[in-house]
Ligand binder design. Structure first.
Ligand SMILES: C[S@@+](CC[C@H](N)C(=O)[O-])C[C@H]1O[C@@H](n2cnc3c(N)ncnc32)[C@H](O)[C@@H]1O
Length: 209
């Protein structure tokens, strides 16, 4: 992909369209994901995503869950399978990613399931008017765009969370996981900041609950 215009986080990727299929066992269930060029990690599930999915905490009987920056949808679709009664939103800026996420919802979840919804737009924008408070927000953040955008986003997260609910995310150790831990502890001294696991060079965070 061209460094200047076409990234996995482009709104309209311009790279040629080639469809791929990924099959992956996650939390002891087999998923099939359709992906396309121009979408994050389109040829195999990202290792950070995999570590995150295996270790993320899913609250009991959640009403609303959010996969923020969903890509082709692995995190949100696993949440959809594991929390069959809840409404799940999958949001991403990249229109191709949202096309894949919608296909993958149809492939992996029951046809009757109408409350797993993929929408395109900038972070919370597509659902701002709905005023939803989530029982969990989940993310493999786009740190390649720069750390600042993620650190700014952290301030926006708590107002979208239900009481006693968490924001969970994964960071590659080499991408500054220790720095982000220190930043969170210093910036939100009264909040719970927890590391759920450190595995294969990735740290899984759980905070604000
Ligand atoms: C590291 S990828 C993770 C994708 C997917 N969750 C996974 O684990 O495979 C980050 C995702 O965030 C999306 N993204 C980047 N900036 C965004 C923004 N401002 N609003 C919404 N999504 C964004 C990218 O398009 C990308 O799909």
């Amino acid at each position: 992909m061209d460094n200047n215009k076409d990234h996995y986080y482009s709104k309209f990727p311009e790279s040629n369209v080639k469809i791929h299929t990924i099959s992956e066992s996650l939390r002891k269930h087999l998923y099939i994901f359709k992906t396309i060029t121009g979408v994050f990690s389109f040829n195999k599930i990202d290792l950070g995503t995999k570590v995150f999915i295996e270790h993320m905490n899913i609250p009991k009987d959640p009403k609303f869950l959010l996969d923020l920056g969903c890509g082709y949808g692995p995190i949100g679709i696993v949440l959809g399978y594991e929390a069959p009664e809840s409404s799940i939103y999958l949001l991403d800026i990249n229109k191709r990613a949202i096309w894949c996420a919608r296909e993958n919802i149809k492939i992996n979840l029951s046809r009757e399931r109408k409350n797993v919804i993929a929408l395109s737009g900038i972070y919370f924008k597509p659902i701002n008017k709905k005023n939803i408070k989530f029982d969990g927000i989940y993310m493999n953040p786009p740190l390649r765009q720069g750390r600042k955008q993620f650190l700014d986003l952290l301030f926006d997260i708590p107002k979208h969370l239900e009481k006693n609910s968490s924001f969970q995310f994964v960071i590659k150790k080499k991408m500054g996981a220790a720095y982000i831990l220190k930043y969170l502890e210093n910036t939100f001294p009264n909040e719970n900041i927890e590391i759920l696991c450190k595995r294969s060079g990735y740290w899984v965070f759980k905070c604000f609950d």
